[in-house]
Design a protein around this ligand. Sequence first.
Ligand SMILES: NC(=O)c1ccc[n+]([C@@H]2O[C@H](COP(=O)([O-])OP(=O)(O)OC[C@H]3O[C@@H](n4cnc5c(N)ncnc54)[C@H](OP(=O)(O)O)[C@@H]3O)[C@@H](O)[C@H]2O)c1
Length: 340
Amino acid sequence: MTDIAVVPDPRSAPAIRWGIIAPGSIARRFAREIPTYTASSIVAVGSRDLGRAESFAQDFGIPRAHGSYEDLVADPEVDAVYVASPHSEHRDHAILALEAGKPVLVEKAFTINARQAGEVFAVAERRGLFVMEAMWSRFLPHYQTLKKLIDEGDLGAIRTVMASHCQSLNLDPAWRMWNPALAGGALLDLGVYPLSCFHYLFGRPSAIVASGILTESGVDLKETITLRYGTDVLAAAINDMSAAGVNRLSIVGDAGRADVADWFYTPQDIKLTRFRESIEGPERLPTATEGGFQFEAAEAARCIVAGKTESSIMSWQDTLDVMVTMDEVRRQLGAHFPGE
Ligand SMILES: NC(=O)c1ccc[n+]([C@@H]2O[C@H](COP(=O)([O-])OP(=O)(O)OC[C@H]3O[C@@H](n4cnc5c(N)ncnc54)[C@H](OP(=O)(O)O)[C@@H]3O)[C@@H](O)[C@H]2O)c1
């Protein structure tokens, strides 16, 4: 039996009081999972509209609703802020919280580009406060186990890696993902998962080649990205927001292969095939778990209570590196956001 990575129990992390900026669709999942799977609680929610904040608060039993993000970050009962607005707003909302003295967990993609990410980290550094991109997958047991398998040489020398993230998303051109002003497009919403996964496992790419198709509104509808890591590892990512494809990850070494089936970035088991022992068939590593967001929230709580400004698993530099890669992909595709 292959050992799976030991991941700290999210319920054993310190209890903190979260406030949510922007009660949209993903905030609902955060509001559901954090009280269910950690010792922490959601004590306040802020919306641009008080009615929306009140309705969200009622749905999740959250004690306080605020009709502005300014009021939310000023709430003395809030220990840390979760930012769940569109990408275009992340920089301003993260800085709003930091300047109010609150640590922040910011949804992926962290900002629209690396320049904005650097601006957020500069404020966090000046204020001595924690900030982390909410790239929840990195904290999941199967990502931790994949890293362990690779780092300990279980797969041998890595040769190729493939990941795809293709969904049939809301085709309404008015929706945020079609809107350049809200930093829409497949890359920042979907492609960030393959790219951040590759970065976590292999570091910075040494070469990037992207090809894609833009929407009439000018955001990327889909793309293929080929990356090289070091001299020997080639990786390919396919992202598409127009049709439901497979969402799998395969990491191939010269001694074995690790496969994660749909959806590779959510809690899943790993199928491990060792080439020398293939006669025995693949081994299933039981890394799937309930929920998912509790692992990132627990990491944030541990870091905040320990007085750290960043997580070693999703460091500021890692976020910057992924943003630099995405900036380069968009440059090659000719997909620019207003003001860039
Ligand atoms: N971790 C994951 O699995 C996951 C999954 C999906 C999305 N996400 C990420 O979560 C973030 C939000 O995505 P979502 O799908 O939840 O978005 P959404 O449903 O559109 O919600 C975004 C919310 O942001 C607020 N907002 C603030 N400024 C806005 C503006 N200028 N235009 C529109 N809305 C604005 C709105 O709330 P109020 O107006 O009420 O304040 C809105 O409800 C994105 O970064 C996305 O990539 C993460």
